[in-house]
Design a binder for this molecule. Sequence first.
Ligand code: ADP
Length: 281
Amino acid sequence: VAISNGVDDIRIRRESVTLKELIGGGQFGNVYKGIFTQDDVHVAVAVKVCKAENEPADMQLILQEAHVMKNFKHDHIVAMIGVCAENPIWLVLELAPLGELRQYLSGNKGALSATTQVLFAYQLSTAVEYLHSNNYVHRDIAARNALVSNANCVKLSDFGLSRALDYDAVYTASRGKLPIKWLAPESILYRAFSMSSDVWMFGILIWEIFACGVKPWTGVSNVDVVGRIEAGDRPSRTTDCPESMHDFLVHHVWAFEAHKRPVMSEIVRVLQEVQEQLKRW
Ligand code: ADP
């Protein structure tokens, strides 16, 4: 059946993909390691096998979003290689061999230098800046959505999917909860998402990197978070986080009013400066 939904240029033949071992499970289906073969060249890939029971409307959205993702090319964004568009949908992605950032951080606790932590934050900030320069709001920035390619390279993973589907449906139906502890107050209160709410979330991601994979607001229940924020509380500094970095988060990135927060390019610049400072020490 010829469907003109603009996804034809990203279609790949299922025969060109060989599935290998299971590497993870997500809300849309399982993720396998795989080999993609094109013109006799074999590439290791990650293949997301979308659950066949996904609603047809959701499948359409997944395909559309895969198309959007395919156009984003950045060193710190996991590349969308292509899709096998018939049921079950296979999303063929660049493989990040070292897996989830959160696990990597907690697994290497104590062994990661501040230089590496700032490098990771910097790389991811350039990815979000790139998305923003393309007028794309991510809405789900968190360490759980970043993957590790090698010891010196992290990437934002396939963000498109959670955004393509109705945000409430994704989090309330499939995951059972909104990522409250990562959200900007206006996102919690009014479901408002913008580049400024991405900036708040990026601040939480920076915090997570220095906390080595600990989740923010531990010991605080979701219903209390927004009240704590309104009262002026912010996640407290972890020992690894340079004081100047934490001050920047508290006084600028986590400004209650969205318009008072810096833009992403400002965060990139600050992280660049911190990198320079660390080199001089
Ligand atoms: P979903 O968005 O459907 O919830 P995820 O994208 O979180 O699924 O993927 C589930 C798991 O699969 C991840 O936690 C990660 O361990 C693994 N994974 C996903 N994409 C890749 C990739 N490109 N490279 C390596 N591992 C991946």
